[in-house]
Design a protein around this ligand. Structure first.
Ligand code: 6R9
Length: 663
């Protein structure tokens, strides 16, 4: 392999891997000509292209006659007079087309126990669940918060909401009571569906107790019911009149439930994600356009075939778990693995063992997991993928953050055995589904590059005035035309949606992804260079620096805090916080102890994923004369590099020496 330096930035990467001929021979998009034909179709008749896909891919209760309504841009409407039900598309349609007895879900529990559900069984369970929700008075348009572990019930909860037209908001089980409370209040949810506990790495972790704590904090007055799935049987406190066991709500309900037909624009879900300002935003998605792209990308990016066993390792608490666990695979009648556990339990070969166990053919995970498993197999040869039978694999995927070329090569050689294409899929909570990715039977792959936009996705790179930049020159990643699965608004905050995603500086019509990117001079391939806003990406999880700063400042000991990212070999980026206390700057053991206290505090305020890896204390922060914190200097300090930038505007240069010192 060439020098690490050139591989790191991905820009000078010139290894190219063509899709294997036998893959292309059977691929949905077979070769670059087929890809180019689809792109040309979209360019020639944009609406016609999407209308064709929407008619072919989605089952409509009432067909749409209008494809795209741009009259209130950027509040775009797709297929607006069409009616459908997402759960009908994912379940009933499979009963009608011969998939009734096909396995829909293979649930692999933390302890390795396996439970499966066929499409017929899942349909019956979702119908009972939906009837149970209805029996509690939950109806179309209500918001339901789902705080569940990875489970068949978690997927069924989402599908049941979709079936009755309730808008779900899944909150990742790793978020704290405070984060949960914020989301319940913002969404105005009428019910929370949760579990007693979740299992992670052999240990039970509370869920119901955190719901109790969140509701106990006040303000969640819209909540009527807390519905609890018994996962472990662990002890839980009970509030009579509010808390209900899931089995009591759904057992005995009819296993048929007429779907609630909704308009294509009906909000299927809200999913909170971090932005550059303090509070997370509720990204609102549609029903019709979202489902279309969830299913279409299963066909194009994952080349899904009837005999595939698909496994996306993402939790349902993230967008990847929405589109590629709860909806996409079911919409195309696939068999998929739903995994409760973690990649390192009971050993770091768990992923490979599970692939062999269930004969997984398409495997989709995050670079951070790959990097940690590379490390693990370097120290413990037993967990190296070569010890497991991975012959069932035919396609690999990556998502969540840039994949560094070394990790790509390792994945390609050791997991895919140089036989499986890798789809490095760039997309976001806001985009609903894949945006830029190789088509596995067509696109020549380049390690570290997400290559080319999917057909119909008008991605481009512009400068700060919104003008196109030539290939080879870095800039701001935008999308020039609306697409069906895009975010519709920020729940309760249309202004923030408009100004944040369609900023006037760029002309007001370009969708701003928030990432920097560059296109290769010769191939036009995109490489994502990272966020251009104050959003960090830690292990593929989006974290707002302001959000973490607000959490730190909420601690009574803290006067001021600034958070920056620092490159991390395993997690991509790590959180580094610079903190000024209200008391004298601590040193030695006191500093160590306070840093730990603050880390736990952030864990409580937001969730363990937001705990800073490093905390440094100063008497002050580096500021300009006008009082602005100079974050670019903090970024250099966090990396333990020498400051070579101009610091003439810095008011208090002496502070830099202090902040150089890690605890
Ligand atoms: C799906 C998801 C979105 C942010 C995005 C970007 C980063 C995701 C990537 C990638 C480079 C990829 N990102 N996939 N960067 N290459 N293949 O992760 O959604 O949690 O909203 O994060 O993640 O920075 O803007 P979300």
């Amino acid at each position: 392999m060439a020098g690490t330096e050139t591989q790191q930035d991905g820009l000078q990467e010139n290894r190219v891997f063509n899709p294997p001929a036998d893959f292309t021979a059977h691929a949905a998009i077979a070769g670059m000509d087929a890809y180019n034909t689809l792109c040309a179709e979209a360019a020639a008749d944009y609406e016609g292209f999407w209308a064709r896909l929407a008619r072919e891919t989605v089952s409509w209760h009432k067909p749409f006659t209008k494809t795209l309504n741009e009259s209130e841009a950027p509040f775009y409407k797709w297929f607006e007079d069409g009616e459908l039900n997402v759960s009908y598309n994912c379940l009933d349609r499979n009963l009608e087309n011969g998939n009734a007895d096909k396995t829909a879900l293979i649930f692999e529990a933390d302890d390795g126990k396996v439970t499966t559900a066929t499409y017929r069984q899942l349909h019956a369970r979702v119908c009972q669940f939906a009837n149970g929700l209805k029996s509690r008075g939950i109806k179309k348009g209500d918001r339901v918060v789902i705080y569940m572990p990875m489970s068949i019930e978690g997927v069924a909860a989402m599908q049941a909401c979709a079936r009755i037209g309730a808008t779900h908001s899944v909150v990742f089980g790793g978020f704290s009571a405070k984060s949960l409370q914020d989301r319940i209040i913002d969404a105005g949810a009428v019910a929370v569906i949760t579990a007693d506990e979740q299992m992670r790495g052999g240990k039970p972790l509370p869920l119901k107790a955190i719901v109790d704590e969140a509701l106990g904090m006040g303000g969640c007055d819209t909540i009527r019911d807390v519905i609890v799935y018994k996962r472990t049987g662990g002890n839980v406190a009970w509030t009579e009149g509010r808390d209900l066991w899931l089995h009591d709500v759904i057992d005995g309900q009819a296993d048929q439930c007429e779907p609630e037909w909704v308009g294509a624009e009906h909000p299927l879900f809200i999913l909170y994600t971090s932005g550059s300002t303090g509070t997370p935003k509720g990204v609102q998605h549609s029903s019709g356009g979202y489902l279309l792209w969830a299913a279409q990308t299963m066909k194009w990016t994952f080349d899904i075939k009837p005999n595939d066993v698909f496994w996306c390792t993402a939790d349902i608490g993230w967008i990847t778990g929405h589109t590629y666990v709860a909806y996409g695979p079911l919409a195309v009648g696939a068999t998929q693995v739903v995994f409760e556990g973690i990649p390192t339990f009971p050993h770091a070969g768990r992923f490979w063992e599970t692939i062999a166990k269930h004969k997984v053919s398409i495997f989709y995970t995050a670079p951070t997991a790959i990097r940690s498993l590379i490390k693990a197999s370097d120290t413990d040869a037993k967990v190296h993928p070569k010890n497991f039978d991975l012959s069932s694999l035919r396609l690999l995927g990556s998502v969540g953050e840039p994949i560094n070329p070394e990790a790509w090569m390792w994945y390609y050689k050791n997991v895919g055995q140089e036989r499986c294409p890798i789809v490095d899929t760039f997309w976001q909570t806001e985009t609903g589904g894949h945006m830029i990715s190789p088509m596995p039977g067509a696109t020549p792959m380049v390690p570290g590059s997400c290559t080319l936009p999917l057909p119909g996705i008008m991605a481009a790179i512009v400068d700060e005035a919104g003008q196109d930049v030539p290939n080879g020159q870095g800039g701001i990643l935008v999308v020039k035309r609306p697409w069906p699965s895009m975010i519709r608004t920020i729940w309760g905050n249309p202004e923030r949606f408009k100004s944040g995603y369609f900023p006037p500086e760029l002309g007001g019509t370009l969708y701003l992804a928030g990432d920097g990117a560059v296109r290769n001079k010769d191939t036009g391939n995109f490489t994502i260079t990272g966020r251009i806003d104050d959003v960090l990406n830690v292990s593929g999880h989006r974290m707002g620096t302001m959000e973490i700063e607000s959490a730190l400042v909420a601690n009574p000991l803290v006067a001021e805090a600034a958070v920056v990212g620092k490159p991390d070999e395993t997690t991509g980026e790590a959180i580094c916080a610079f903190v000024v206390l209200k008391r004298a700057r601590p040193t030695g053991d006191e500093a160590k102890q306070l840093a730990q206290e603050l880390r736990n505090w952030v864990g409580k305020e937001i969730g363990p994923i937001a705990k800073p890896k490093e905390i440094r204390f100063g008497d002050n922060l580096p500021k300009t004369r006008s009082g602005k914190i100079m974050r670019r200097l903090l970024r250099v300090l966090a990396k333990d590099e020498q400051i070579t930038q101009d610091i003439s505007t810095l008011e208090n240069p002496a502070i830099l020496e202090q902040l150089k010192q890690a605890i």
